[in-house]
Design a binder for this molecule. Structure first.
Ligand code: PLP
Length: 374
């Protein structure tokens, strides 16, 4: 049996619950910004111990809105070199210039030193990305650095539903946290995003921006240049149902990761990213560094063709300045990002993964690795 790179998990009973909710939504005609969105917001905030949540159309919208709330237009936003296109694109769309910073190899995250190296009087915000669900132990140092310079720290928590560091949840470290509910994410609403914040002011501003800059829902007074960034009630209903599974999904993913680590960490040359002390990951991705010089495409081909295991997408295959659209981004040397982007793979982790699937992945990775190494 093939092990796919990702699997969207909706049980039969969850599918029935969503179907009933959709029927109700269609019969009431409340298709957007209604009670389901409010419940999804309240549930997501509670799951992350946040005071406020604003549901939006996507994770990218969540990031752009958070950056617009900060007011980054005409200024610079620091992002890690190894992130998804959307992290930097959101800064561009908010009118800012993204500036790439290097990372460290144990969590693939920014460090205070790498950020400090690229700060300028024009820096308005720093976006910390919790890659694969790992929150860096440098998070407090990063916040202090930002606070001391009057710079906003924003979390790109697209990968980090239900993650924490020292018991503090993703979304609680910066001025705002931006989550994605894209289908492969640990919780999905089909499409969607969420902003978590402790700031009532940011919450109010985000609500205005997500609905065409209207001062209030139902009015036609446009007080800001917003956009159509609402989440539909149908998407909110899907998200609400999926959110109820967050705890059990994270538990299962963590047990898969534990088995991967036990089997693969002892192998010479393989270097899985493990939780830092005090960290609790959802293992949105299980990242393994391969030895330098490994032919990653060849590695992936072997595990696919001989073991029917499809590895998940990298985080990320190319640092952003190697993407054609960002070829002209300003940056200094990015040796760690360049190195780890080139030589890691992501093992499949599904919220309903079976022991047999885990065995199949471990056999594939350890066999191909030992052959290539030997
Ligand atoms: C790190 C990161 N940031 C932002 C996004 C954008 O989220 P969305 O696709 O919901 O717009 C994603 C994922 O898709 C992501 O992985």
């Amino acid at each position: 049996m093939a092990v796919p790179p990702a699997r969207v998990v909706f049980s039969e009973s969850d599918r029935s619950t969503v179907a009933a909710a959709v029927t109700e939504i269609l019969s009431t005609g409340e298709l957007t910004l209604g009670p389901r969105t409010e419940r999804f917001e309240a549930g997501f905030a509670a799951a992350h111990e946040a005071s406020h949540a604003v549901a939006v159309a996507s994770g990218t919208a969540a990031l752009e809105i958070a950056l617009r709330c900060v007011g980054v237009a005409g200024r610079e936003v620091v992002v890690p070199a190894n992130t998804f296109y959307a992290t930097a694109a959101a800064a561009v769309h908010a009118g800012a210039k993204p500036v790439l910073a290097d990372i460290e190899a144990s969590t693939f995250a920014l460090t205070a030193e790498s950020v400090e190296a690229v700060l300028s009087p024009d820096t308005a915000a720093v976006v910390l990305v919790h890659i694969g669900g790992l929150i860096t132990p440098a998070v407090d140092e990063l916040r202090q650095l930002c606070d001391a310079r009057g710079i906003a720290l924003i979390e790109d928590a697209a990968h980090a539903h239900g993650c924490s560091y020292l018991g503090r949840p993703a979304g609680s470290f910066g001025l705002a946290g931006a989550f994605s509910f894209y289908p492969t994410k640990v919780v999905t609403s089909g499409e969607g995003g969420m902003i978590l914040t402790e700031s009532a002011e940011l919450r109010d501003e985000a609500r205005i921006l997500r609905d065409q800059g209207k001062g209030a829902f139902g009015t036609n007074h446009h007080v800001r240049h917003g956009a159509s960034w609402r989440l539909s009630e149908v998407n909110a209903a899907v998200g609400e149902v999926h959110l109820r599974r967050l705890k059990e999904f994270v538990e299962l993913r963590r047990s898969v990761a534990e088995r991967y680590t036990a089997a693969l960490a002892p192998l010479p040359g393989l270097d899985p990213l493990v939780e830092p002390p005090g960290g609790r990951s959802n293992f949105y991705k299980y990242v393994v560094l391969l030895p330098r010089g490994t032919d990653r495409d060849g590695f992936k081909r072997e595990v696919r063709e001989r073991f029917d295991v499809r590895l998940a997408g990298e985080v990320y295959e190319l640092p952003l300045h190697r993407q054609p659209v960002f070829a002209d981004l300003v940056h200094g040397p990015l040796p760690v990002a360049e190195d780890v982007c080139a030589r890691h793979v992501c093992l499949p982790v599904h919220s309903d993964m079976t022991d047999d699937e885990v065995d199949q992945v471990i056999a594939a990775v350890s066999t191909v690795h030992s052959e290539l190494a030997g």
